[in-house]
Design a protein around this ligand. Sequence first.
Ligand code: ADE
Length: 239
Amino acid sequence: MKIDVVTLFPEMFDGPLGHSMVKRAIDKEAVEINRVNLRAFGKGKHQQVDDTPYGGGAGMLLKPEPLFEAVESIEERHPDSKKRVILMDPAGKPFNQKMAEEFSEEEHLVFLCGHYEGYDERIRSLVTDEVSLGDYVLTGGELASMVMIDATVRLLPGVLGNADSAVTDSHSSGLLEHPHYTRPAEYKGMRVPDVLTNGNHALIDEWRHKESLKRTFLRRPDMLEGRSFSKKEEQWLEE
Ligand code: ADE
């Protein structure tokens, strides 16, 4: 997979791209991540990328030309790739695991990171998706895009150590993940549930499913809306 990020702050990505899972994915060539410095496409002596809004009002807006030209430069480098161009926007569709799964199947993702008060509206004609990290306003799209890149890249084949671990993630099954335990079997009076230590895998699977469902019911009932339950699941929820 190819990822291009258009940003005024390419150095903000040094940390996240240089560590952990994303670094491993880059080293394994599962992904190639390229930063495009928006400033390089700025206009005039000061390489200006922003300007005041028509009609007045507070703050500055990103001008259309630098962003259009930055995206055109990516198109020129990769004329044949099928691109998804994703605008980081607090007014966009909220990012979730399903979107990360969808993104992980694409050939080429282009993230556009904004700053200042917003974008010239014409920039939206460049994009296929407008996505928000959540209902809060960040100082720019960089952190949002890093989160989305991290969630997407870990799903690429061969990136996670254990092939199963993405399948059992919270959210991928539509339920939160069940509790986990490791040694010691007892710590400060807290015991690991017996079912996990007796080696009966059918019972362990059933216990995990039940705990996932109960946890989701208690913490995130919104995730269960529209879901139908088996008889057994209904009994668990009544306990
Ligand atoms: N830019 C500023 N806030 C943002 C958010 N919540 N999501 C995506 N991009 C943003």
